[in-house]
Write a protein that binds this ligand. Structure first.
Ligand code: ADP
Length: 340
């Protein structure tokens, strides 16, 4: 049983003008998030990611479909029961959302006070959480005195203080520099590995997904247009939007500019052949070209590793009379894309 299950979930907002169509922010989305996943949701601004998060943490009701969290259908629950659901979900934000008038310890303590935990227990729990995120020495400092990365560590300690099963991270590293992003992502991995917390990562940065997620869903105009293991989506994206996102971190498929250069040099046919671990070997593919009297030059490409598995894309400029027959034979076993 997945820890979060969305079945045909939709959310629309009333139109801003009378007579206009309602705004569909989330459009019949179905996805399963398994306990222990680091599940990435990627999309451009306006794709519907934040709305989806508000549906998962029961801040807003769906207008269609069902949301199940930890085995419980949350649509139709009363406010009191929704409180319980929300308590099982921690949340961190792009702008950290810390209380500036409270110390670091005071921020982490806040949700424990709300939950009614006795003072002595709270103190111990705050110390434990600050230790976990590497900020034991900053307990008495105020948020203003911290770097962005440290603020997000406080955010994580606060989100996890009440021991939730799920952590929702909404663009949690988008305000941080690359080095700090790496540190915070490493901490999220530790949260997942050592505390067994399921993490849902909302981001517009493919780098973030590549670094920590095991599964990913690509959102576009309110819909999930592609989802799967990070390896599958990165090594063989199916939709144009997913391809665009993947191309921001995998420079193995030529972009327009590189392609124009290639075209000038190689007026003939150019194809990109994609390989993955456990698939057909490169030599088998090359042999097939040779069998059809097709010669080639390797003009672009690269090999990548994700989740411990390798894949690559090799772009070849082809010459010969039987190119179509060769491509037909090869495309039975590997993915071949003609570059036009
Ligand atoms: P993302 O997080 O991917 O940037 P959002 O979920 O914030 O996307 O927004 C998706 C769409 O829903 C956008 O067109 C946005 O303007 C619209 N939207 C989001 N929240 C509301 C709201 N409370 N009322 C009306 N429209 C909204």
């Amino acid at each position: 049983m997945p820890i979060v299950r969305l079945s045909e979930v939709s959310k629309s907002y009333p139109p801003s003008k009378r007579g206009a169509a309602p705004l569909v922010a989330v459009d019949t989305v179905s996805l399963d998030i398994e306990a222990g996943d680091i599940f990435g949701i990627i999309g451009y601004s306006g794709a519907g990611k934040s709305t989806l998060v508000r549906l998962i943490n029961a801040l807003e009701p769906v207008t269609g479909g069902t949301v199940e969290v930890d085995g419980r259908v949350i649509s139709g629950l009363r406010e009191r029961q929704l409180h319980d659901v929300r308590r099982g979900i921690g949340m961190i934000f792009q702008q950290f959302n810390l209380f500036n008038s409270r110390t670091v310890a005071g921020n982490v303590e806040y949700p424990l006070q709300v939950a009614g935990m006795p003072a002595a227990e709270r103190k111990a729990r705050v110390a434990e959480m600050l230790e976990f995120v590497g900020l034991a020495g900053k307990a008495r400092n105020y948020p203003d005195q911290l770097s962005g990365g440290q603020k997000q560590r406080v955010g994580i300690a606060r989100a996890l203080a009440t021991n939730p099963k799920i952590l929702l991270a909404d663009e949690a590293t988008s305000a941080l520099d690359p080095e700090t992003t790496t540190e915070v992502l490493a901490l999220l991995k530790k949260v997942n590995r050592e505390l067994g917390i399921t993490i849902v990562l909302i981001t517009h940065e493919m780098e973030v997904i590549k670094a920590v997620a095991n599964r990913v869903a690509v959102m576009d105009s309110g819909r999930v247009i592609e989802q799967g293991s990070v390896f599958d989506v990165f090594s063989d994206p199916q939709t144009d939007a997913a391809k665009r996102f993947v191309s921001t971190v995998i420079r193995a498929v030529p972009e327009r500019e590189a392609l124009e250069q290639l075209r000038l040099k190689h007026p003939g046919r150019i194809v990109t052949v994609s390989f993955a671990d456990g698939g057909v070997s490169q030599s088998e593919v090359f042999l097939e070209f040779a069998n059809h009297g097709v010669t080639f030059e390797l003009v672009y490409g690269g090999v990548n590793e994700i989740q411990g598995r390798t894949f690559g894309h090799l772009t070849l400029a082809l010459k010969g009379d039987r190119i179509d027959a060769a491509l037909a034979a090869i495309s039975r076993t590997v993915s071949v894309t003609e570059v036009r």
